[in-house]
Design a protein around this ligand. Structure first.
Ligand SMILES: Nc1ncnc2c1ncn2[C@@H]1O[C@H](COP(=O)(O)OP(=O)(O)OP(=O)(O)O)[C@@H](O)[C@H]1O
Ligand SMILES: [Mg+2]
Length: 316
């Protein structure tokens, strides 16, 4: 992102609720602990108010999935592009995999924001372990606000409701896009059912796109022969990869700037340590940076170096 773009973004300020540090972490730092001789709790007192201590507008490292903080690494950009391509070219199935905490759910939110509601009816389904075939179908129907007549229990009947809706959408020149998050929890029954949904079609085209988001082990599972027909329909895939040291440093600076901090806060050694301790995984980076800032306040350090990062890492 260009510096100018970044600045105009920051000037515009966030149009979302201001967040405060997680309570658990605050409690952690507020426990009586060693404070080095001569160190103070910081100008704003309390020892835990790193937001004010570091002249931030809000917590830059909150664990919430907030698209305003999206930093486009190469792998995130490619994953997003591929999923947009899948939707725009009527591909029935697409998939994004990546380690836990690498931004899969964030990408679902960005897609929901990007898909033109005049062309697409997009929904997000979150899979939990043990979800049955009819449970999945009911989740989809609920997201689409389709009322299920009382006593309708058979999967076939529920599927009919869905396919009627999809055909209706087609008449309105719209397509259904189903984003399925945590797809590694789908049972094999459910997975085959996702394929069934992707088969809802008219002679000219497929009427839905399902995009699956899950951990890497899911891609390995799909290699099994029993999933060949599902795999073959999956024309577009993306993989979110841990950040390189330079991406990690840019990511941290970007989040700080969005939260209102324009001056350097971490020194180069601190960035190296953040990458080494987090493995370049976004959630780990966020957690580590927040713990580090809490430690920074505790030690009254206006600029964070490697030793403060090490103290933050010790709390992980
Ligand atoms: N590219 C990114 N830019 C900014 N923040 C990101 C990025 N990727 C992930 N994050 C942040 O990292 C945290 C974890 O992201 P997210 O919940 O999307 O990961 P996930 O891959 O869905 O994890 P899980 O597999 O555990 O569900 C969130 O706070 C998210 O906002
Ligand atoms: Mg997720």
């Amino acid at each position: 992102m260009e510096a100018q773009q970044l600045e105009s973004l920051i000037e515009a300020g966030p149009d979302y609720p201001v967040q405060t540090p997680d309570d658990d972490l605050l409690r952690l730092i507020e426990q009586p602990g060693e404070r080095a001789r001569g160190e103070t709790a910081g100008e704003h007192g309390g020892g835990s108010d790193f937001v004010r201590f570091y002249s931030l507008r809000e917590n830059p490292f909150s664990d919430s999935v907030n698209p305003a903080y999206f930093y486009k690494t190469d792998s995130h950009a490619e994953a997003l592009d591929r999923m947009m391509m899948a939707v725009e070219h009527n591909v029935s199935l697409g998939m994004i995999t990546g380690p836990s905490g690498m931004g899969k759910t964030l990408v679902t939110q960005l897609l929901l924001q990007s898909l033109d509601p005049a062309k697409y009816q997009a929904i997000l389904v979150l899979v939990s372990p043990g979800l049955s075939k009819s449970g999945l179908l009911r989740e989809i129907l609920t997201e689409l606000s389709i009322a299920v007549p009382e006593g309708m229990l058979r999967t076939q009947d529920l599927l009919k409701l869905l396919s009627n809706y999809i055909i209706d959408l087609h008449r309105q020149e719209k397509r259904l896009v189903i984003l399925i998050d945590e797809c590694h929890f789908l049972s094999s029954d459910c997975l085959h059912f996702v394929r069934t949904i992707s088969n809802i079609e008219i002679p000219e085209c497929k009427l839905t796109t399902s995009l699956l988001f899950g951990e890497e082990r899911f891609a390995a599972r799909l290699e099994h022969a029993s999933y060949e027909s599902l795999r073959n329909r999956m024309y577009l895939r993306g993989e979110l990869k841990p950040m390189s040291p330079s991406e990690c440093a840019q990511y941290v600076k970007f989040r700080l700037m969005i939260a209102g901090r324009m001056n350097d806060l971490f020194d180069p050694g601190a960035f190296q340590a953040i990458h080494a301790h987090s493995g370049g995984v976004c959630r780990n980076i966020n957690k580590l940076c927040m713990l580090t800032l809490l430690q920074g306040v505790r030690r009254n350090r206006p600029v964070i170096d490697e030793s403060v990062v090490a103290a933050g890492a010790a709390m992980m």
